[in-house]
Ligand binder design. Structure first.
Ligand code: COA
Length: 221
């Protein structure tokens, strides 16, 4: 992707070496890297090296505020840089966001856009996503995005931290994402109808209930 992707509150763009100082400020926090399997950054120079070696990989983006300030990272790890798949048409989603921005639904928002990009632009058939046992925040993000549990691996070697952990792996297929998109669009239409008073609250509640039932029948909610 050459141009940036935009969501309601964020811009997703390529990392630049000039981001090193801000990156260090956020990624030196021990609450951020270790849950994701990497050590806190040790200096601005270390952050610059990581921008050059890791964050410059294909399909890896700085999660930025509208001002352009990077506050996190999100990426699709393609064949060769993930151990979750060896297929060209599958990849792994990875993400983190700086602690002051936790709990605002920003990573789910960025991830929604990355999934759209993966399926619609990159032609992926499936996106994998995992979290280490105990990372309830990341587990919750994947639940909210609609990922489905696939398997658990014990004895994973987290080499950067010299630790052995248990990992849980989830999957989003293109088919599941398309169905969920359809339902999201229908809900948006209902919201608009309610907002413009084209339907009453009772009609809205009934239609939303029917929609949820349909979603459950299709295994999407
Ligand atoms: C996991 C992470 C990416 C979530 O991003 P986010 O934008 O905060 O996501 P959300 O706002 O949707 O919050 C997800 C859940 O985290 C929990 N949470 C939110 N803010 C929190 C806070 N300040 N303290 C503790 N838990 C919090 C809530 O359970 C929330 O779920 P809810 O919306 O059902 O209440 C972020 O916490 C992070 O970067 N953590 C460190 C790195 C990491 O774990 N990366 C993922 C590796 S698999």
């Amino acid at each position: 992707m050459d141009t940036a992707l935009k969501t309601k509150r964020l811009i997703l763009r390529r990392w630049q070496e000039s981001d090193a100082e801000i990156l260090y400020g956020y990624a030196s926090d021990p609450a951020v890297g270790p849950p994701a399997g990497w050590p806190p950054h040790t200096s601005v120079e270390n952050s610059r090296e990581i921008i050059k070696s890791v964050l410059s990989r294909p399909e890896t983006y700085a999660v930025c505020l509208p001002s352009g300030e990077p506050i996190g990272s999100i990426g699709l790890h393609l064949k060769g840089s993930t151990d979750m798949t060896d297929r060209e048409d599958e990849c792994e989603l990875g993400y983190w966001i700086a602690k002051p921005f936790w709990g605002q639904g920003l990573i789910p928002e960025a991830a929604c856009e990355m999934l759209r990009y993966a399926f619609e632009k990159l032609g992926m058939r499936a996106v994998w996503c995992g979290y280490y046992d105990g990372n309830e925040k990341s587990k919750r993000v994947q639940e909210k995005l609609g990922f489905q549990y696939r398997y658990t691996t014990h004895g994973l070697n987290v080499s950067l931290l010299n630790e052995i952990r248990t990992g849980h792996t989830n999957l989003m297929t293109k088919e599941r994402w398309q169905k969920a998109e359809l339902f999201r669009e229908q809900k948006k239409t209902l919201d608009t109808f309610l907002g413009t008073k084209a339907i009453s609250q009772a009609q809205y509640n009934k239609s939303l209930g029917d929609l949820r039932e349909l979603m459950q029948m299709h295994g999407v909610e």
